[in-house]
Design a protein. Structure first.
Length: 247
């Protein structure tokens, strides 16, 4: 294969990959994919690296990413599926990921079914009782300088009682996301909540925000850095992907 033929084959492979990815996400505004390999490896379904730059990708039904930059190492794919525009991994792969979430998309994600189900599973205990949190409505504001303003309607459930809560919380997140400080909290509804439960609830929220490892069915994430800026959050992640597309 001449250098010109190899270049044309590379362009064709990139285009097939772009079409395949676009067909497997819920929505996408723009995506560019650069697949690096040689013809011999490609014939065996082996790829040296994949770089993806995307704008406006919607995944997991309700999570829209304003920007996505992803770079993998070696990737093994099902070549026959790839020819028909469907990218399937035959082995897990590691990737470095940079994601930008804007405020509007973050608010949409926080009020999604996925977020509600995840929060419902984050139980905590106080004085021998187990409590669960049910999200009703969440509004997030990102004014900048590391601050996150939450106004949330919650239903705190125990075995024998439920507490409706409407609260505003101001959090500050350090440059790398490791430090989360509660700067202010105010209850518009739920002022009668026992102080022990209030403290445990705020501690649970802080713990969730500090969480750095996320495991789902098809992938796991190690969050390395979070930067909270005016109107957006920038996240740096190391990912282990078991399957494409993720569900």
């Amino acid at each position: 294969m001449t250098q010109e033929q190899a270049g044309l084959a590379q362009q064709a492979l990139n285009k097939v990959a772009e079409m395949g990815l676009a067909s497997q996400v819920d929505a996408v505004d723009k995506v560019d994919i650069d697949v690096r390999t040689d013809p011999l490896k490609l014939a065996q379904g082996e790829v040296d690296s994949v770089a993806i730059a995307g704008d406006g990708l919607t995944i997991l039904q309700d999570l829209r990413l304003e920007q996505l930059d992803l770079e993998t190492g070696n990737v093994s794919i099902d070549l026959l599926s790839a020819v028909f525009g469907k990218v399937e991994l035959t082995q897990p792969t590691d990737a470095k990921v940079r994601v930008v979430l804007i405020q509007a998309d973050l608010n949409h994600a926080l009020n999604s079914k996925l977020a509600r189900n995840w929060v419902r599973n984050q139980n905590f205990q106080v004085l021998g009782k187990t409590y669960s949190i049910e999200l009703k409505q969440v509004e997030c504001d990102l004014p900048g300088d590391g601050e996150i303003l939450f106004t949330a309607g919650l239903l705190l459930r125990a075995e024998d009682k439920s507490y409706p809560i409407v609260a505003s919380v101001v959090l500050w997140m350090g440059d790398n996301g490791d430090t989360v400080c509660l700067r202010q909290s105010k209850f518009a509804e739920g002022e009668d909540l026992p102080i022990e439960i209030t403290a445990a609830l705020l501690m649970r929220v802080s713990t969730l925000l500090k969480q750095r490892y996320i495991k789902q069915k098809d992938f796991s994430l190690n969050i390395e850095q979070i930067a909270v800026e005016a109107g957006r959050i920038v996240v740096q992640v190391k990912a282990r992907v078991e399957r494409v597309p993720v569900e």
